[in-house]
Design a protein around this ligand. Sequence first.
Ligand SMILES: Cc1ncc(COP(=O)(O)O)c(C=O)c1O
Length: 392
Amino acid sequence: MGIGSNRISSIGTYAMAAVRQRTEELRAKGLHPVDFGMGDPSAATPEFIRRACAEGIERHAASGYPPFAGSQPFRQAVTDWFEGRFGVSIDAETEIVSSVGSKESIFHLPEALLNPGDVAICPDPGYPPYGGGTLFAEGVPYFTPIQKATDFLPDLDSIPDEIAERAKIFWLTTPSSPSGRVASPQFLKRWVQWCRDRNIIACSDEAYSEIYFDEPPHSALEEGKEGVLVFNSLSKRSAMTGYRVGWVAGDPEVIALYRKLKANIDTGTPWFIQEAAIAAYSDESHVAEMRAGYRKRRDLFVAAFEQAGLPRSEPEASLYVWQRAPEGITSTQLSEALLDEKILAVTIPSAALVGDPDQHGPGEQFVRLSMVASWEESERIASAISQYLKLG
Ligand SMILES: Cc1ncc(COP(=O)(O)O)c(C=O)c1O
């Protein structure tokens, strides 16, 4: 008998960890693969943000524990930014709490809301911590398919009443990873109301809200705070994945529960990281510049896949091209073909992102290519894709 708990056995290997391992294996063979797996920007965090962090270290020479819920200036900076961006005012005292990046809050929130056997509705494919956090809280993930046939949004009418009655959480990702689909205000209204009617907390993961190519995406909090939580972070907006700073905002009753949970788990985001985040929220020009860079990469890769004869797959937002495989080709075959020695692009097959293959079958076949490599590498790989990608 192993020493692992039932809980740790209930979750699989983290999909991105498997991709990292694959990249390492290729490197060990002396090859030079480019990692398009993780949504981890390779661009430097802007200089003014790094400077604010360094100055924060000096200001907090005696380090001191930070407040569990985030410093008042941090919470105020986020709520000011949010009001400017979405036109919704958030009470910095009662309606927001800092996180150690959204992954932390997404994984932990179910501990504050679920009793054993309660259901969390999760998009499938989707961000793995929705399901992992649910299992750790002894809840039951119900994976709802996010496919071309559902317009890459959850099909609310397909969720059985028996599941809706047991559900306490509904995760929505908008803009979506992996599909790059943005939920319209009409969809957000319908989804929030659907959740309210069933006493389900509508949890909107808006990690990619600032990485868009058309109209700026809307936030679920535009539909009011009752029963709604929004999760966001500086990771993608300001290329700050390594800083680990984010926040959760919304319904004060649920925020109070999450604050209580967090006070028992960690001791807040370091002061100097919060100060870097405050600086980041004071500026939009670096975000606009970053968006322009992602748009160039999106156009490059969408065209490369099209030239290779694949169906056109163009994201509206996010860091990803969610490339559909041609008929008869599986996501794993497409991902493997992209590892051909003439291309060497590491991507994630949809098979690795599906929450529960037994629940809905293998689903549609895609690979996720994260647009995070340098421009030179992106151009080189895009050109190799258009020339050498061979399938079947
Ligand atoms: C959909 C989605 N949500 C949340 C996150 C978490 O980001 P972080 O923990 O860096 O804030 C990610 C990261 O890739 C993501 O893809």
